[in-house]
Each structure stands twice: as structure tokens, then as C-alpha cells.
Design a protein around this ligand. Structure first.
Ligand code: HEM
Length: 162
């Protein structure tokens, strides 16, 4: 941790970090971008997971997947840089915050779950594209995905209070 703490101390001394702390409007604007970004991200992922869980079975899973996942990936271009800027405002406080560390761990778990889904059961989605229930593994991963994102958002919200 000394390396991480050292890097966080350096980051806190940068003009960028001072601007994020000192400006009246910069932090709220960046947080608004962060919120908009993850609203698109989690919204797209949740709608796809609900389809895999059996909602709207007449909608082809792969067509919906191509549409929603494109937006989910694009929204990361807003969520991650904005999150990093928010983090840069008080890096020492955030790395010492167990809720922030849990949030990043949940983000890694959600990413891993999605990667395993796409590299695994989703490759045979043609067999359950329309009108057929998704395989139990696909439904389990979709349910896990929903749980992880809800927990991640809860951690994000709790950051202001812990
Ligand atoms: C990709 C998925 C992510 C989601 C769904 C997410 C979700 C959230 C939520 C719900 C909030 C609270 C917003 C509010 O109500 O004011 C938040 C704040 C925050 N997030 Fe994220 N976040 C994500 C990624 C990141 C990343 C990658 C970082 C940093 C590297 C980050 C750093 C922060 C920080 C520092 C705050 C501000 C806490 C505060 O001022 O209270 N987030 N995030």
C-alpha cells in the first residue's frame, strides 16, 4: 500500500486535483457526467440481463445485445474518466475508504462475469435467440450481473456518507 499511498499523495498535489477540490462547479459537472454515463451503462446492461432472464422473448437476444452493448461500451468513455477525475479530487481519502475499494472490486467482478458470459454461453445464443428460454448458466450470469451492478451503484451512492 505504501506505493499506492505515495501515488495518491502525488496525485493530491497536482493542479488537476487542486482544481477538482477548489472549483465551485467542476466537481458537480464531472459528477453529472459520471451519473449520466453509468445511467446509460447500467440501463443498457440491465435491459439485456432482463431479456436473458426471459422478459420480452419475442425480441431476438443477439439483435438486442448488439444494440445495447454498443451503448454500454460507449458509456464507459464517460463513466471511467469522470470517475477517475472524481477520485483525483481526494485520492488519499478514497483509497482509505472500504466502500470505494468494494466498489472497484464489484466493478472488476461485473466485468469478469460479462467477459465469461460473452466468451462462453453467449456464443450459442443462436439456439435461444427468440422464443426459447436461455440456458440456466446464462440466466444465472444475468441474475449475478444485475446483483453486482445494483451493489456497485449502492456503493457509489454510499461514498458520500462513509
Ligand atoms: C463503471 C461503473 C460505475 C458505476 C455504476 C458508478 C456509480 C457511481 C455512483 C452511483 C456514484 C454516486 C453518485 C451520486 O449519487 O452522487 C458514484 C460516485 C463516484 N464514483 Fe463511480 N461508478 C462507476 C465507476 C467509477 C470508477 C471507475 C471510479 C474511479 C476510478 C469511480 C469513482 C467515483 C467517485 C470518486 C465518486 C464520488 C463520490 C462522491 O462524491 O460522493 N466510479 N459512482
Amino acid at each position: 500500500m505504501p506505493l499506492v499511498a505515495g501515488a495518491a499523495e502525488w496525485l493530491a498535489s497536482t493542479p488537476l486535483s487542486q482544481a477538482m477540490r477548489g472549483s465551485l462547479w467542476l466537481y458537480p459537472v464531472v459528477e453529472t457526467v459520471h451519473i449520466f454515463g453509468f445511467a446509460v451503462l447500467v440501463g443498457a446492461v440491465a435491459l439485456f440481463d432482463l431479456r436473458v432472464l426471459g422478459c420480452a422473448r419475442t425480441l431476438p437476444v443477439r439483435t438486442l445485445g448488439r444494440h445495447l452493448l454498443r451503448w454500454a461500451l460507449a458509456s464507459l468513455l464517460l463513466v471511467v474518466p469522470a470517475g477517475a477525475l472524481l477520485f483525483a479530487s481526494q485520492p488519499l481519502e478514497f483509497i482509505a475508504n472500504p466502500v470505494f475499494r468494494l466498489k472497484l472490486a464489484l466493478l472488476a467482478a461485473a466485468g469478469l462475469n460479462a467477459a465469461c458470459f460473452h466468451a462462453g454461453v453467449y456464443r450459442n445464443a443462436a439456439a435461444w435467440d427468440v422464443g426459447h428460454p436461455a440456458p440456466p448458466l446464462a440466466r444465472a450470469q444475468a441474475a449475478l450481473s444485475l446483483l453486482l451492478w445494483v451493489a456497485l451503484i449502492t456503493c457509489g451512492r454510499m461514498l458520500a456518507y462513509v
